[in-house]
Ligand binder design. Structure first.
Ligand code: HEM
Length: 401
C-alpha cells in the first residue's frame, strides 16, 4: 500500500518542553490507531507503526517477522543500510542468527556477569574519584557515563584501553542515523579490521577475555576469523552508546525528580528496581525495533501482509496505561516495571542486558552517593539532547556538585 496523505511521517524529534517523553503524536496514535501506517525518510516506504505493549510483544515474539535490513521493504531508518553486516547478528534470522548468538551467550550468563561486578565497581570508583578532583562544571558524558561502559567492554573483549577513543569515535558514527552509508561502512570496516588483528593476536597471547574465546571457536571451526571480528565489533557498538546514554539520561531524570533519589540509595534490591523503572521510562532505543513480515499476520483489526515493514515503538509501548499505572510518571518503586520492553522481546532480546543492568545498578547509586549535591550546570532547556540518533541520549551533560 503506498503512503497516503494521512500517513504521518515517522519522526524522532521531541518537543523542547518534554524531552524525556515520546513525541505526543505517537502517544495519541497508541490510543486511537495502535497499528497504523507511517511514512519514512523518502516517502517511498510506509511501514506499520505498532505502539501498544501487547501488540509490540506479539510482533516481537512472532516467528513470521524478519530483522534482515536487506529485505526490499525493510523499514530501515536511513537509505543504503541494506547489506547485513556479518557479525551483527541482530540483522540475521535463524539459522545464522542462532549460530552467531550462541557463540556469545555464555559471556552474558548471570554468573559470569556477576564475576564482572567488582571490576565495574572499581572502574566506577576510579572515574568518580578522578572527576571529584576537578572543579566543576565537568561534562558527565566525557568523564563518567561514556568511559564506564567503554572501559567495561574493552576489558570484556580484551581490547587495550589505550584504543578506547578510537572505539568511541567509530561507534558514535555507527549509531548516528545521519551518518552517510559510506561513512557507516567505513566505520564498520575499521572496527572490523582492528578486531580481526586482535582475534588473531590472541592465539599467541591468549587472555581471559571474549576475543580469546572467539579465537578458540574459530579454531574449532564454529565461525570464521571474519565472523569473530564482526561479533567483537557488534559488541562494542551495542554496549557503548546504549549504557552511556542510559547513565546520562537517568541522571537527568533523577535530578528532575529528586524525591526519588533516596529509593535508589536504599539498598541493592531498591537500586535494581529503580534501574528497571528508568529503563522503562527512558526506553532509549527510540528509533523503534524494525521488522519485515514474512507472512500475513493479524494484529488487532489490522492484517499486516507478507512483505510489509513494521516499526515497533517500544518507548511508546512502555508508557502504555493498559499495563503501567500513570505511565508518564517515574516511580522507582513501581512493582511491574520489569515488564518493560526496553531490551526488546523474543529471540533478539538484548543479549547484553545482564551486563547493562549490572553497570547501571552500580554506577547510578554510586554517583549519587559520592556526589550528593550533584546538579546540572546549565538550564534544563539548554541540555543538548541527541534527537537524530537511533539511541536517544545527550552529547554532553555539564554538572557541578
Ligand atoms: C541499557 C543498555 C541497553 C539497551 C537499552 C539495549 C537495548 C537493546 C534492544 C532493544 C535490543 C533488541 C533489538 C531488536 O530486537 O531489534 C538489543 C539487542 C542486543 N543488544 Fe542491547 N541494549 C543495551 C546494552 C547492551 C550491552 C551492554 C550489550 C553488550 C555488551 C548489548 C548487546 C546486544 C546484542 C548482542 C543484541 C542483539 C541480540 C540479538 O539480535 O539476538 N546491549 N539491545
Amino acid at each position: 500500500m503506498p503512503p497516503t496523505p494521512s500517513s504521518p511521517a515517522f519522526v524522532l524529534t521531541r518537543p523542547k518542553d518534554a524531552p524525556l517523553d515520546p513525541p505526543p503524536l505517537y502517544t495519541q496514535l497508541r490510543e486511537e490507531q495502535p497499528v497504523t501506517r507511517v511514512s519514512l525518510y523518502d516517502g517511498r516506504l510506509s511501514p506499520w507503526l505498532v505502539t501498544r505493549w501487547e501488540d509490540a510483544r506479539t510482533v516481537l515474539g512472532h516467528p513470521a517477522f524478519s530483522t534482515a535490513p536487506s529485505h526490499p521493504k525493510a523499514p530501515n531508518i536511513r537509505e543504503g543500510q541494506t547489506e547485513p553486516l556479518r557479525g551483527f547478528f541482530q540483522n540475521f534470522d535463524a539459522p545464522v542468527h542462532t549460530t552467531l548468538r550462541r557463540t556469545l551467550t555464555r559471556e552474558f550468563m548471570i554468573k559470569r556477569v556477576n564475576a564482572l561486578r567488582p571490576g565495574v565497581a572499581r572502574m566506577t570508583d576510579e572515574l568518580l574519584t578522578a572527576m571529584r578532583k576537578q572543579s566543576g562544571p565537568v561534562d558527565l558524558v566525557e568523564h563518567f557515563s561514556l568511559p564506564l561502559p567503554s572501559l567495561v567492554i574493552c576489558e570484556l573483549l580484551g581490547v587495550p584501553y589505550e584504543d578506547h577513543a578510537f572505539f568511541q569515535r567509530e561507534s558514535a558514527i555507527l549509531v548516528n542515523i545521519t551518518t552517510s552509508p559510506e561513512a557507516f561502512q567505513r566505520a564498520f570496516a575499521s572496527l572490523g579490521e582492528y578486531l580481526l588483528g586482535l582475534v588473531r593476536a590472541k592465539r599467541d597471547t591468549p587472555g581471559d577475555d571474549v576475543a580469546t574465546r572467539l579465537a578458540a571457536q574459530v579454531d574449532e571451526g564454529v565461525i570464521t576469523d571474519e565472523d569473530a571480528a564482526g561479533l567483537g565489533a557488534f559488541l562494542l557498538f551495542a554496549g557503548h552508546e546504549t549504557t552511556a546514554n542510559m547513565i546520562a539520561l537517568s541522571t537527568i531524570t533523577l535530578l528532575q525528580n529528586p524525591d526519588q533519589i533516596p529509593y535508589l540509595l536504599a539498598g541493592p534490591e531498591q537500586a535494581a528496581a529503580a534501574v528497571e523503572e528508568l529503563l522503562r521510562y527512558l526506553s532509549i532505543v527510540h528509533v523503534g525495533l524494525r521488522r519485515t513480515a514474512l507472512e500475513d499476520v493479524t494484529i488487532g483489526d489490522v492484517t499486516i501482509r507478507a512483505g510489509d515493514g513494521v516499526i515497533i515503538s517500544t518507548n511508546v509501548a512502555n508508557r502504555d496505561p493498559g499495563v503501567f499505572n500513570d505511565p508518564d510518571d517515574i516511580d522507582l518503586a513501581r512493582a511491574n516495571a520489569r515488564q518493560h520492553l526496553a531490551f526488546g522481546y523474543g529471540i533478539h532480546q538484548c543479549l547484553g542486558q545482564p551486563l547493562a543492568r549490572a553497570e547501571l545498578q552500580i554506577a547510578l547509586p554510586e554517583l549519587f552517593r559520592r556526589l550528593p549535591d550533584l546538579k546540572i550546570a546549565v538550564p534544563f532547556e539548554e541540555i543538548a539532547f541527541k534527537q537524530e540518533t537511533g539511541v536517544y541520549g545527550v552529547s554532553e551533560l555539564p554538572v557541578t556538585w
